[in-house]
Design a protein around this ligand. Sequence first.
Ligand code: HEC
Length: 111
Amino acid sequence: MRRFMGGVVVAGALVGFALPAFAAVPDGLKVAQANACMGCHAVDRKLVGPSFKDVAAKYKGDGAAEARLEKKVRDGGVGVWGAIPMPSHPAMSAADIHSVVGWVLAGAPSK
Ligand code: HEC
């Protein structure tokens, strides 16, 4: 019995640590991972596209940026950061685009 209780306590402790860590992943990051954004973007270094931290810094204090960037993610575009185009994402829901753009503009936090 004593050993059994010990097992329950250990299992409970593991779940207790694992669940908050999982829940802490921001929705915007989940959307970015699920839509292959991270194949071209990283949070803090340039890949094919600009780093998400650079995007956040560029549009800091720009109240119109959110709507503009949501449109850019949906429709694609080119010429702001260079000659490589950003592809369109017509299959993404407006809610997912809103979530991922909000996350990028917040500086792409990891939790
Ligand atoms: C095939 C590569 C590729 C993929 C996939 C991609 N991007 Fe981009 N992204 C780019 C490039 C290249 C640019 C720079 C475009 C420019 O210079 O106008 C860019 C620019 C951006 C910008 C800044 C736009 C601006 O006008 O300043 C945001 C925000 C962005 N991407 C978000 C995303 C999100 C969110 C996803 C996933 C849904 C995504 N990107 C997927 C290549 C990509």
